[in-house]
Design a protein around this ligand. Sequence first.
Ligand code: FNR
Length: 360
Amino acid sequence: MNNIPATIADFEEYARRTMSPGAFGFYIGGADSEVTLRRNLEAYNNLLLRPKVMVDVENVTVATTILGEKISSPICVAPTAYHALAHHDGEKATAKACATVGTCFCQSTNSNFTMEQVASSVPKEALRWFQIYVQEEEDVTRKLVKDCEKAGFKALVVTLDRPRLGKRLHVLRSGFTLPKHLSRANFEEDKENDGSDSYYHGEMYPGMTWKDIKFLKAITKLPIVVKGIFREEDAKLAIQHGVNGIIVSNHGGRQLDSCPATIEILPEIIAACKGSRTEVYVDGGIRTGVDVFKALAIGAQAVFIGRPVLWGLAYQGENGVKQVLNMLNYDFRLAMTLAGCANVQEIDRSFIAPAERYSF
Ligand code: FNR
């Protein structure tokens, strides 16, 4: 890498050179042939931009809101497991960087620090969501929700697309498991890290259905965001079950392979949510400010980024995550400026067109 990272790929390259191959493979890999993983990245190139000129872009603001909470830009941090593989301060470092930049940090169920440890490392007002893997045993879920409320998280993000673990070839081939000195901190009382495969993936709950959303709604007043919806009918069911938000996600291409890219799914879900109060977000393959602009042009309220944050952590911990977020925010502001949008409300479908429109 050159001295100063200028793209997310530069941060990724640094992580590739410095992390252990097993941990790097765990972070970067997708499922099976990685069709979906690649498509998440490539689909953005099938959308082209139609800038407006002669617009006053002297003052461009990228600030927005999610579920009524102010954020400094629509670029938020997706839940990813085990940040301490990249840096010893793990999720505490990520949360601090998000707090400084003024965006939302979504902590994974499978984090190396507890919710309480993360909460106490940032100012009270820093916006944090908690991603929950609903557990087969109701009492375990109940405890996670209670801890989450106590630690001041502002929403529960329920991941729907992992009834069992996708087949991740990098991990199978390297035999990677969570190093013994790290744990799934939110389950400390549960059992020690015995270095086994099942420990670090956590318990799976393939029996999860919409009844579990009803259960969550009965035990908490926190807003509920569901993550990993692929089709209109499921989006409508989510709305019927009173969810406050949907993250259009295919788990970064790590679950069912051959799903469309998330940016390709987004229009269907936006259409299904039209007229409801449910907000729609998207994650997967977002690597530039232009990608963020395209997602908002289709109708996303905000985007979430996964791997780029891990590359920032591997680069320089908290400071590295700050650099990643600041770079994407800068690039997004630049994209808005060059496209002729002074605030995020002005970004609409008129700014994008499928690449076919420009073929001869
Ligand atoms: C994830 N993702 C994920 N999602 C979730 O709901 N809970 C989790 O614990 C994890 N863990 C996790 C670990 C790693 C290493 C990766 C790469 C991803 C999925 C994540 O929230 C998000 O959907 C994708 O990472 C988005 O894609 P990009 O930005 O990584 O391309």
